[in-house]
Design a protein around this ligand. Sequence first.
Ligand code: AMP
Ligand code: MG
Length: 287
Amino acid sequence: MNVKKYTVTGENLFGLEEFDTGDTGGLNSSDDVKKMMKDNIVEIAKLQDRLYAEGKTGLLIIFQAMDAAGKDSAIKHVMSGVNPQGVEVVSFKQPSTEELSHDYLWRAAKALPPRGKIAIFNRSYYEDVLVVKVHKLYENMNLPDRCKGKNIIEKRYAQIRNFEDYLWENGIVTVKFFLHLSRETQLKRFLERIDNKDKNWKFSDADVRERKYWDDYQEAYRSAIEATASKNNPWYVIPADKKWYTRAVISNVLLSVMKKLNPRYPIVTKEQEEALAESKKKLENPE
Ligand code: AMP
Ligand code: MG
């Protein structure tokens, strides 16, 4: 699968309408990707093991999307093979009082992956240029007036770009997924959440309220992606109307990113080899 057509690196102006939410890359059903997904999951797990052993690079994976785009299930499926010791999933909800008393990157900085590990952000600091922009939440924030001007969102784009560049230059690689859903599919999934008792817990009144701002959110996403996509820290715009295809593309992107990182097991030196042989001898022939 060629993931290039889903990759946004910020060289050009960016429009979401060029990305088809219903794209399935010419495939017909989940059966067509079953084998590939299975192989990818095994490969990702192998690379994660090496990433952990090498302990040089941290991998930050961000998932952003409208509600019901399939973030949770994508995370569950794609990461199903990895060693839980090397991965942390963090969900970003409405900020707490403590979080609001800090700068907006604070809670994200606390959750960044150390070298060798993967952190998955289910939503992220991008909410601070999405929901915060759509509802102008900054107007009521306890900030000095000089920080609340109309260009606060533009400034945040620059801060986020700088933050991700800083991470890149310090060995933390950021991969950003936008699960691109159609309005119709969102409606269908909301109705399923209401009709299916086991899914009721996933639905909230707020979902109906936010849906009214669909166009504003699309524009907020478009402009945030355009402003923060770069060669080192690209965005991946993933078709989200068919969950099986969403997961397949995500697993391919992750695999290609991790292959590029090319983590290696630490090389064993001659001295270490000798020490290992010595240990083996002692274990086999205790005094
Ligand atoms: P969910 O992911 O469906 O559990 O919903 C989490 C909610 O928290 C979403 O409606 C987000 O928009 C909201 N949220 C996350 N981060 C922020 C933030 N920085 N400011 C305001 N709302 C946020
Ligand atoms: Mg939700």
